[in-house]
Design a protein around this ligand. Structure first.
Ligand code: IPE
Ligand code: IPE
Ligand code: MG
Length: 245
C-alpha cells in the first residue's frame, strides 16, 4: 500500500536498507547525447544542465543529504575555447536563473574546486551563492567546478604547510578537514553516466570506500527512475571496509 505523501518512487528502494547520505555524480555523456541527435555539443550541455534540477529534487525526496555533481574538471580547460566558454556561461546562467528557487527550497550550495583561474565575475557569483545559502539544510548541492582530485590534495598540502601543522598532527582526519569537502561525509556511492568506467580525477581522496555505479545512459537522459535504480543497486552491495563478516 503506498503511503500518502511519499512518491511511488520509494517502491524500488529496498526497505530497511540505508539511503546513501552522499551521492557523487560524474555527469558524463552530454556531447554524445547531442551527437546522437544530430545536435551540436552545446545543446548536450544545455540539456545536461537542465537535468540537474529534477535529479536534485528526487534526491531530496529520497532523503539524500549531499549531492556532489562534477560540472567541470581541471582537465576540461583543454577543450576547444568555444566549448569552455559555453560551459562557463551555462554555469553563470544557472546560478542567475535557479538560485532564488534553490534558496527558497533550502538548498545549500557548496563549491569544490579552485576559484583561481575562474573568470572574476563568475567566481564572485559562486561565492555569493555559497554565502547566501550557507544556513540552508534541506540538502547540500556541492558543485565540483574547476575541480581535480589531485589539485585538491595539492591545495590541502599547501594549506597544511602554511598553517604550520606539526608532523605528528597530520592524520587522515586532519587531511579531510583541509579538502574542499571539509565537513561533508564521504560519498557512499559514485554514479557515472555515459558508459565509461573511470573516476576522471573525481573525489580521489573521498571516494576511497565509495561504491561505484556506472550506466551507459547519457547524462541528459538520466532521470529519477535511473537514480532510484542506482540507489537500489547500492543498497544490495555488501560494504565490508576490509573486514571479514
Ligand atoms: C560531460 O559531458 C560534461 C563535461 C565534461 C563538462 P561530455 O562533454 O564529456 O560528453 P561526452 O563524454 O563528450 O559525450
Ligand atoms: C568527467 O568527464 C568530467 C565531468 C563530468 C565534468 P570527462 O568527459 O571530462 O572525462 P573523460 O575525458 O572521459 O575522462
Ligand atoms: Mg565526457
Amino acid at each position: 500500500m503506498p503511503q500518502p505523501n511519499i512518491s511511488d518512487s520509494y517502491a524500488e528502494l529496498i526497505p530497511g536498507k540505508p539511503i546513501p547520505q552522499h551521492i557523487g555524480i560524474i555527469m558524463d555523456g552530454n556531447g554524445r547525447w547531442a551527437k546522437s541527435r544530430g545536435l551540436p555539443r552545446a545543446a548536450g550541455h544545455r540539456a545536461g544542465t537542465k537535468n540537474i534540477r529534477r535529479l536534485l529534487e528526487e534526491a531530496v525526496r529520497i532523503g539524500v543529504k549531499v549531492l556532489t555533481i562534477y560540472a567541470f574538471s581541471t582537465e576540461n580547460w583543454g577543450r576547444p575555447r568555444a566549448e569552455v566558454g559555453h560551459l562557463m556561461r551555462l554555469i553563470s546562467q544557472s546560478i542567475r536563473n535557479e538560485l532564488d528557487e534553490l534558496h527558497a527550497n533550502g538548498v545549500q550550495i557548496r563549491h569544490s574546486g579552485r576559484l583561481a583561474g575562474v573568470e572574476p565575475a563568475l567566481a564572485k557569483q559562486i561565492q555569493s551563492a555559497i554565502e547566501r545559502t550557507k544556513e540552508n539544510d534541506t540538502i547540500v548541492l556541492n558543485v565540483a567546478f574547476n575541480y581535480g582530485g589531485r589539485a585538491e590534495i595539492v591545495d590541502a598540502i599547501k594549506n597544511l604547510i602554511q598553517d604550520g601543522i606539526a608532523l605528528d598532527d597530520v592524520s587522515e582526519e586532519l587531511v579531510s578537514r583541509y579538502l574542499y569537502t571539509a565537513g561533508l561525509p564521504d560519498p557512499d556511492i559514485i554514479v557515472r553516466t555515459g558508459g565509461e568506467y573511470r573516476l576522471s580525477n573525481f573525489l580521489t581522496w573521498q571516494a576511497a570506500y565509495a561504491e561505484y555505479y556506472a550506466t551507459p545512459t547519457y547524462w541528459p537522459d538520466f532521470d529519477e527512475a535511473a537514480l532510484r535504480e542506482a540507489i537500489a543497486v547500492f543498497q544490495g552491495r555488501d560494504r565490508r571496509y576490509g573486514l571479514v563478516r
